[in-house]
Write a protein that binds this ligand. Sequence first.
Ligand SMILES: CC(C)(COP(=O)(O)OP(=O)(O)OC[C@H]1O[C@@H](n2cnc3c(N)ncnc32)[C@H](O)[C@@H]1OP(=O)(O)O)[C@@H](O)C(=O)NCCC(=O)NCCS
Length: 232
Amino acid sequence: MEINIPEAPDVMLPPEDWALVKDYLSLLLNESNLPHFVGIVKKVKQKDEDTGEEREVNRRMTTEDFIRGLRDPRVHVLSFRNDADDILGYAILRDPPDGEHETWIEKLVVRNQYQNKRRTDVQQPHVGTQILEQIKDYAFGTQTFDGRDREILYTAVVMFVPNWQRTDRLFTKSGFRPLVRWQEHAEVIMGGKFVTRDTERLGLRREDWEASKLRKLLVQQQEQAAAVSDLN
Ligand SMILES: CC(C)(COP(=O)(O)OP(=O)(O)OC[C@H]1O[C@@H](n2cnc3c(N)ncnc32)[C@H](O)[C@@H]1OP(=O)(O)O)[C@@H](O)C(=O)NCCC(=O)NCCS
């Protein structure tokens, strides 16, 4: 299955399109995608009926929480379409506050039917790989909401949930380097339960992205030169 994603992602800032927001949220809350996302679990204070004491309990992110989060001016919602204009996936890019330098890629999700299922009988479309290339180009090719060049891209992979190695592989093959591992750091939802899992933070510096773009360009030029010399 070949899928072509035309050049640039659509960028929504702040979110205006309700249908898009709803579609994105439904993908995040899908049972098999849910364990991969930090920030879905929210803490709220609740009064214990027996003792009357207040305690902190977990609850799932609501639509209101999600929309409130998207209204932050540092948040860019990216959506990715194929040639037929169907949306294949989404991601959030969160810019750093003043004085900080890292932009985070958050809540990257590919529509389930296009996710890599590691099937050998049909060609996998590698939608996530294509989307990540576009996220990097967008992040380093444009500026933050307050006009700064982005210096480093970070992401966090939730470990030891089903298919976590797929996300890890996606980022490492795309040039991200593992930086630090936090034990029992992320609260996520798996199989309907709140659980804590380790997370791994990975990063990509602007200079590494620039070097890889240059390498790709050189390979392209060499291939073009070889094709021309074959013709002659
Ligand atoms: C993670 C996600 C974005 C990846 O996109 P994708 O289109 O499915 O993946 P791609 O085919 O582009 O790349 C995945 C890579 O991992 C490999 N892979 C797939 N399943 C794997 C597994 N169980 N273990 C190890 N590697 C795996 C693939 O073979 C591929 O590597 P390759 O190009 O060397 O063959 C997508 O699967 C998704 O949305 N998953 C659910 C939500 C999620 O996990 N989001 C990430 C939160 S940070």
